[in-house]
Design a protein around this ligand. Structure first.
Ligand code: NAD
Length: 295
């Protein structure tokens, strides 16, 4: 049965290293600052923003929270971003998505200075990533890359199959896994809702990355023995016995697939924690870039 690729363990190591780097920056008189903007009261967004705030505080990054009502106008949100773009105490800006439907999300993403775009969603950073230049990488795909790196999982020459083609997971992880780098350097296939017989592809996967947003999209019959299975999905399943009334499951049928795979990421405790750690990583990186610090 599969070894557990633990986001908990790996993210903790990353956060410990970042904590030292932040201490070093503070000795130089620089306090890393992360602005987190939330518009409206979506419960998942509240939880995510609180998590990000806590992570920042834990490693010494100062977080600046901006909570705006759901009725906030596009102009008002743009004005806030403009202020944060020019504020020298702010190194990273994060706008929690999704935004209320009257706000044009892409315009907001593009309003953030590419130098403070710690989510890595600005087209400048996306473009640089695609052509293999130095850029802020989006946190979830970056976290997956770090997991493979820490676990010493070889990807060169392997077949990576991805389920999902979103801008925040599927497309960027496909790009990173084919870049001439390690981890990376693999042959990539991307499956999505218009792919007939997804299992024809998943059965060929040495590395299978699942970001479909539906429970049990992948079961054991779809997995090659010995495959590395990365489950990005976070789905809320009603569970009256759980104190919260729900529990979290991934997109992969963990019980059956873990018997066949060589490595598997759990949910929770997998990719989600890596995503959080990489946001902190990108914030520290933004500070170093702003101050021309190499190491
Ligand atoms: P999305 O809904 O934007 O994209 C899902 C993609 O999967 C779509 O491109 C669709 O074509 C494809 N898809 C859906 N069902 C499919 C099926 N049965 N067969 C083949 N393709 C299918 O979602 P997203 O933003 O990429 O997120 C995916 C999942 O990952 C969600 O559960 C989300 O909550 C989770 N997520 C987790 C993290 C994390 O940190 N772990 C970060 C972002 C998203």
């Amino acid at each position: 049965s599969a070894a557990i690729l633990s986001g908990k363990e790996i993210s903790q190591k990353i956060l410990e290293e970042l904590k030292k780097e932040v201490a070093f920056l503070k000795e130089k008189g620089i306090t890393p600052g992360l602005a987190v903007i939330r518009v409206g009261d979506d419960p998942a967004s509240i939880a995510y923003v609180n998590g990000k705030k806590k992570d920042a505080e834990k490693i010494g990054i100062k977080s600046y929270e901006h909570i705006l009502p759901a009725s906030t106008s596009q102009d008002k949100l743009c004005a806030l971003i403009d202020n944060l773009n020019s504020d020298v105490n702010i190194h990273g800006i994060l706008v929690q998505l999704p935004l209320p439907s009257h706000i044009e999300e892409q315009a907001i993403i593009e309003r953030i200075s590419p130098d403070k775009d710690v989510d890595g969603f600005h087209p400048i950073n996306v473009g640089k990533m695609v052509i293999g230049q130095d850029a802020f990488l989006p946190c979830t795909p970056f976290g997956i890359i770090k997991m493979l790196e820490y676990a010493g999982i070889e990807s060169k020459g392997k077949h990576t199959v991805i389920i999902g083609r979103s801008n925040i997971v599927g497309k960027p992880i496909a790009n990173l896994m084919m870049q001439k780098r390690n981890p990376g350097n693999s042959t990539v296939t991307v499956c999505h809702t218009a792919t007939p017989n997804v299992s024809d592809y998943t059965l060929q996967a040495d590395i299978l990355i699942v970001a479909a947003g539906r429970p049990c999209v992948v079961n054991a019959d779809m997995v090659k023995p010995g495959a590395v299975v990365i489950d990005v999905g976070i789905n809320r399943i009603e569970d009256k016995e759980h104190p919260r009334g729900y529990r979290l499951v991934g997109d992969v049928d963990y019980d059956s697939v873990s018997k066949k795979a060589s490595w598997i990421t759990p949910v929770p405790g997998g990719v989600g924690l890596m995503t959080r750690a990489m946001l902190m990583y990108n914030t520290v990186l933004a500070v170093k870039k702003a101050n021309s610090i190499k190491e």
